[in-house]
Design a protein around this ligand. Structure first.
Ligand SMILES: Cc1cc2nc3c(=O)[nH]c(=O)nc-3n(C[C@H](O)[C@H](O)[C@H](O)COP(=O)(O)O)c2cc1C
Length: 197
């Protein structure tokens, strides 16, 4: 089994990043259960180096897609995403969604004809993964329609990934005395999710 870990845990807290702690809780429990599984990481450096698509880049990508040149470097991230058996995305809750680098990553994996395609019935996903997990931590408490969660839920559907789960470690900037307890609770949820992944 190959899991893709999209590491967007960009943080000034370094190793104490709450999003990273949440992701580590999930990944440690996952590795314990699936000792033979391979975890491939999309690093923060990779995400932050991505240039958002402009018109010329879109034209170039469409030209490659029109001749089926799916091995071109512009499709590397989409091919990697498409081939994974499971996907774990971790990102902090920024400006009511997530860091811009993750939004740019979505532009790269959303390759029409590779990760999904259209026919007369509409959009169909072509990715292999059976599950996608979204892990996030936020200063405020979780709201029902949290944009990051809603967006990744819809992306999972678009990519043909049948099961979506998430953990929102919320309320971490409300009261510093309570934050460790809230994070510990979220980590426990992440571990449970990983144990049945
Ligand atoms: C640039 C930036 C934007 C943020 N925007 C929000 C926000 O819109 N809503 C919120 O509840 N918290 C927001 N926060 C707080 C973080 O979500 C929160 O501190 C989170 O736990 C940070 O994760 P980290 O410890 O992994 O860095 C923001 C923090 C930063 C640095």
């Amino acid at each position: 089994m190959k899991i893709l870990f999209v590491d967007c845990c960009i943080s000034r807290r370094g190793g104490d990043s709450r999003t990273r702690v949440l992701a580590d809780a999930f990944l440690a429990a996952f590795r314990e259960k699936h000792q033979d599984a391979e975890v491939e990481t999309v690093s923060q450096e990779t995400l932050l180096a991505l240039k958002p698509f402009d018109a010329a880049m879109l034209d170039d990508r469409d030209a490659l897609a029109s001749v089926g040149a799916w091995d071109a470097p512009v499709f590397d991230l989409a091919r990697q995403f498409r081939a994974a058996d499971g996907i774990v995305v971790a990102a902090p809750f920024w400006d009511l969604s997530y860091p811009a680098a993750l939004r740019t990553y979505i532009e790269y994996i959303s390759a029409n004809g590779l990760a999904y395609h259209y026919d007369e019935q509409g959009c169909h996903g072509d990715c292999r993964a059976s599950r996608l997990v979204y892990l996030t931590s936020g200063g405020d408490f979780e709201h029902e329609d949290s944009v990051g969660v809603v967006h990744w839920r819809q992306l999972a559907t678009m990519f043909g990934i049948p099961r979506f789960d998430y953990v929102f470690a919320g309320g971490l900037d409300i009261d510093p005395a309570v934050a460790p307890e809230l994070l510990a609770g979220a980590c426990e949820l992440a571990r449970k999710l990983a144990a049945e992944f």
